[in-house]
Design a protein around this ligand. Structure first.
Ligand code: ADP
Ligand code: 5GP
Length: 206
């Protein structure tokens, strides 16, 4: 293109008006084996970053003591979950530790369209499904310092029976094998340090 033509083209461009539309938010996907500290870290991130929205998943598992419906999860039965599959309601879904878990497409799209950053705590199967749809998503895998520490954390949490803990530990090896697919891997040893690492990853990039 000649310099003259460039000049003419630029001169014909109308002056930019301020764009008042909210820009689209960013998607952050957090995965980890059960007990590595995802819920704890998500809670701390939500306190430190009030503008961050947390994706509330749907699940067929029973609420744990202290969990709040609509805040921690939407608790639904298997028939309602299967209806959601048939109706294309889930952006992603998976069967994890014997229960269904899923994220509603409209939940994600509404928040991103409003310009909010959105944090999702989902398993490795769901993360792969979402990355296929949102390739710009930032993926983070939280590792426990060791499998023994993971077992201790699950036991100390006192929310699951020995049988449930064993099942979660058996799944942990497969989940951890998927960590190389994630953009960031963060070891949750000291909680404060892990939180600082996550805040650096979530910091605005402009
Ligand atoms: P997840 O959501 O990944 O299943 P939780 O957030 O429920 O895991 O954490 C499991 C247990 O480990 C909880 O009792 C929590 O308080 C504890 N925990 C989390 N992070 C740490 C850490 N860095 N050091 C020690 N204990 C931790
Ligand atoms: P928990 O029962 O301990 O809350 O969660 C068990 C596992 O399910 C965790 O690995 C968690 O990340 C995952 N999970 C929670 N919500 C979803 C979801 O909406 N979709 C998928 N695929 N996994 C989820």
């Amino acid at each position: 293109m000649s310099p003259e033509r460039t000049k003419k083209t630029l001169a014909s461009v109308p002056p930019r008006r301020e764009d008042t539309r909210p820009s689209r938010g960013r998607l952050f996907i957090l995965s980890a084996p059960s007990g590595a500290g995802k819920s704890t870290l998500c809670g701390l991130l939500r306190e430190r970053l009030p503008g961050l929205r947390y994706s509330v998943s749907y699940t067929t598992r029973a609420p744990r003591p202290g969990e709040i419906a609509g805040d921690d999860y939407f608790f639904i039965d298997e028939a309602a979950f299967r209806d959601g599959i048939a109706n294309g309601r889930w952006a992603e879904w998976a069967r994890v530790h014997g229960h269904y878990y899923g994220t509603a497409s409209d939940f994600i799209d509404q928040r991103l369209a409003q310009g909010h950053d959105l944090l999702l705590d989902i398993d490795v199967q769901g993360a792969a499904q979402l990355v296929a749809q949102y390739p710009q998503a930032v993926t983070i895998f939280i590792m426990p310092p060791s499998v023994e520490v993971l077992r201790q954390r699950l036991a100390n949490r006192e929310t699951d029976s020995a049988e449930v803990i064993d099942r979660r530990l058996r799944n942990a090896a497969d989940e951890m094998a998927a960590r190389s697919r994630y953009r960031h891997i963060v070891v949750n040893d000291r909680l404060e340090r892990t939180l600082e690492d996550l805040l650096a990853i979530l910091a605005p990039n402009d």
